[in-house]
Write a protein that binds this ligand. Structure first.
Ligand code: NAI
Ligand code: 13P
Length: 337
């Protein structure tokens, strides 16, 4: 059994910490909020993020970063993309041994256009990083804590590190596959949030199932187009971290990205939506990053570009959909890759 620290006690960090604790690992959950650490240690709940869940008593929490870093040499990074740099920067000040970093955040940083593993590489001291593994796939925290069957992918260039992560997390309800395509797994996990926002908008406009199937299918086409151009394996995008996560996020009421899109489709402004959510909606910043990547790599991403206009230039969603429908005629398959 291993010592593991999970950084970030939102819904996903907490759900993964429960899986690890149930698997017998000595698991410590770090949160930047002392009141939340107290709630977890005393009441064994995390009401804001997982209101119905009772946490295992073996799972403890701390808000002291040094204690969290000292506890383990396996770290799970489960803070939103926006917070990764700040948390890693602070961790670096106390790191004094080699550690395995597992990240579970699904975003791309706007402007730098870095994937999460690239951000980690850039802000952690190289001598203290044994490997970086991404864990990603169709996995809503709300269902994992109910122990509903869930499948996910652990990806690392070094397959042994991916297998180590597979062993750490795998149990009767949480099945972990391995992959060596870090680029493909990270891009699939981040870019599906863009399409989930669009699917939410479509549902908010009451456009029905045909429109949503179109968004999922053509969304996957443009994710794959960009992903392959950036070095991902085309097959990864039809796997768990690609199509699998795209389906679950576009169709589940648990998805914050879908819910945010749904409110936009019903006429709320982006500011109103984000104030309403109280949890991270990764797809907003990732839409900006994906739009920038499409320009940089000269890849056609019509849905991403349309969403960029809705989110950042207040273009009405209905007008945007009308324009998408009547734009230049295309062949379906020719320019997929
Ligand atoms: N919720 C889910 O079912 C899943 C989420 N993810 C990904 O996991 C990542 C985290 O998501 P959630 O846990 O759902 O988010 P959340 O919104 O539920 O929680 C985020 C947590 O990060 C903390 N945080 C925010 N800014 C911080 C900062 N500057 N320093 C330290 N802590 C900070 C918040 O206090 C909160 O505890 C996201 O990238 C998300 O896409 C991936 C798979 C499933
Ligand atoms: O990535 C997720 C499920 O796999 C969670 O998606 P949301 O961030 O949209 O809730």
């Amino acid at each position: 059994m291993e010592n593991v620290t999970v950084f970030g006690a939102g819904s996903w960090g907490t759900a993964l910490a429960i899986v690890l604790a149930e698997n017998g690992h000595r698991t410590l959950l770090w949160t930047h909020r002392e009141d939340q650490a107290n709630e977890i240690n005393i009441k064994h709940t995390n009401k804001k993020y997982l209101p119905e869940t009772i946490l295992p008593t073996e799972l403890t929490a701390t808000s002291d970063l040094e204690t969290a870093v000292d506890h383990a040499s396996i770290f799970v990074m489960a803070v939103p993309t926006k917070a990764i740099r700040e948390v890693c920067g602070n961790m670096s000040k106390t790191l004094n041994k080699k550690a395995l970093f597992i990240h579970v955040s699904k975003g791309i940083e706007p402007d730098s256009l870095m994937r999460i593993s690239e951000i980690l590489e850039s802000c952690l001291p190289e001598e203290f990083v044994s490997d970086i593994v991404v864990l990603s796939g169709p996995s809503h925290a709300e269902e994992v804590v109910l122990r509903h069957p869930t499948t996910i992918t652990a990806a690392c260039k070094n397959i042994q590190s991916a297998e180590k992560v597979q062993d750490l997390f795998m149990n009767g309800y949480f099945r972990v596959y391995t992959n060596t395509d870090v680029v493909g797994v990270e891009l699939g996990g981040a870019l599906k949030n863009v399409i989930a926002l669009a699917a939410g908008i479509s549902d908010g406009l009451d456009y029905g199932d045909n429109a949503k199937a179109a968004l999922i299918t053509r969304g996957l086409a443009e994710i794959t187009r960009l992903g392959v151009r950036m070095g991902g394996n085309p097959f990864t995008f039809s796997g768990l971290s690609g199509m699998g996560d795209l389906i679950v996020t576009c169709t589940s009421v648990h998805s914050r990205n879908w819910r945010a899109g749904n409110m936009l489709g019903k006429g709320l402004s982006l500011e109103e939506v984000l104030n309403n959510m109280g949890m991270v909606v990764e797809g907003v910043r990732t839409t900006k990053a994906a739009h920038q990547l499409a320009l940089k790599y000269e890849v056609s991403m019509p849905l991403t570009s349309a969403l960029f206009e809705v989110l950042f230039h207040e273009k009405p969603p209905k007008v945007t959909v009308d324009e998408l429908m009547i734009r230049m005629k295309k062949r379906e398959i020719d320019n997929l890759l």
